[in-house]
Every structure is written in structure tokens, then in C-alpha cells.
Design a protein around this ligand. Sequence first.
Ligand SMILES: Cc1cc2nc3c(=O)[nH]c(=O)nc-3n(C[C@H](O)[C@H](O)[C@H](O)COP(=O)(O)O)c2cc1C
Length: 186
Amino acid sequence: MTATINILGLSGSLRRQSAHTAVLRTVAERLPDSVRLSLHGLQDIPPYNEDHDGPHTPPAVVALRAAVAEADGLLIGSPEYNHGMSGLLKNALDWLSRPHGHSVLSGRPVMTFTASPAFTGGVRAHQQLNETLWAIQAQLVVYPQIVIGGVTGKVQDGFLVDEAVEQFLMGGIERLIQTAQAQFST
Ligand SMILES: Cc1cc2nc3c(=O)[nH]c(=O)nc-3n(C[C@H](O)[C@H](O)[C@H](O)COP(=O)(O)O)c2cc1C
């Protein structure tokens, strides 16, 4: 029997019609039986405060850290807001980055993507997101940058409907799964 690979999906957007959440939802439906993707909402994560990071860490942060610790890999999508990554996501990553040197993200396989109505597809946010993950020493999965430009016409009824984008995206997910599997078997 093949062991189940657990992928945790994080969306940097709280919007009901979020393209990033739609991409995560689409991936969850396209995975092989041996892989599961579950979304973890970031809506309850409070602003980072070092004074509250310790014995009295907020419950939502404790739950997020536990979900990451249990995941074999992560798929993270961030909107581009004013040429930067989503503040919601950056804040969650700041919580996840601690304790310094013992982060649950450290060494964990992560694949990232951005999407935007602009042709640039959120590439500046993508770069920033990867930069932050480097700082946390997550294991960034090697793949060409997944930036989805002109996303408005590529998402319908909460799912990605563009075949070329889906193919490219799923190629990246395959790499993420391979990386998680390699980690798993060592
Ligand atoms: C405050 C704000 C700033 C934005 N800045 C940018 C930007 O700098 N570059 C860009 O490509 N899109 C920008 N957008 C558009 C977002 O890329 C677009 O709303 C995107 O769909 C958000 O992701 P979501 O669909 O997952 O919510 C901005 C949107 C908002 C609300």
C-alpha cells in the first residue's frame, strides 16, 4: 500500500472569489489517490507580536504550526498587492518562522504560485514570497516560476479552467510530490 502524501494549501487571499483559493481547490481535485491537499485558512491569525510568541502563543497560530508540522509539503499562493506579497500571508509566515532555527517550515518542501489579472501574473510577489521562504530555510521546490497572468478569464465558478495553465501547474505539483516523497523515504 502506498502511504498518503499530505499537502497543506495556504492562500494569501481571504476573498470569497479568490483566484488563489480556486487554484488550490483545483489542484486538490486533480491529485492522484495517494496524495491529499487540505486548505488551512489564515483568517484567524493575529498580527505577529513577539510578546505573544512563547507559552501564550495564540491558538490559531498553534493550530497552523501543527498543520504545517503534519504536512509532507506545502502549496502556497499569494496575491500581489501593490507590488508585494499578501500581508496576510507574510504575517502567517512570520509566525511560522519562529522559533528561529526550529521553524516547522525549515526543510519542508514548498511550491509557490501567484496569479493576477495583469499580464505580469504577480511575479514581484512571487519573488518576495520565495525570498521569505529562503529566509525561513524552507525547501523550495525547483521548478520554473508559476505566475498566472490574465487570471480573470482563467477561473470560473471557483475553479481553474485554463488547460495550459493547469498542465504547467500540475507539472510543478508533481515535482512537489516527488520532493515530499524523497523526504518521506529518508
Ligand atoms: C490592494 C490591492 C493591490 C493590488 N496590487 C496589485 C499589484 O501590484 N499587481 C497586480 O498584478 N495586481 C494587483 N492587484 C490585483 C490583484 O492581483 C487581484 O485582485 C487578485 O485577483 C487578487 O487575488 P485573489 O483573486 O486570490 O483575491 C491588487 C489588488 C488589491 C486589492
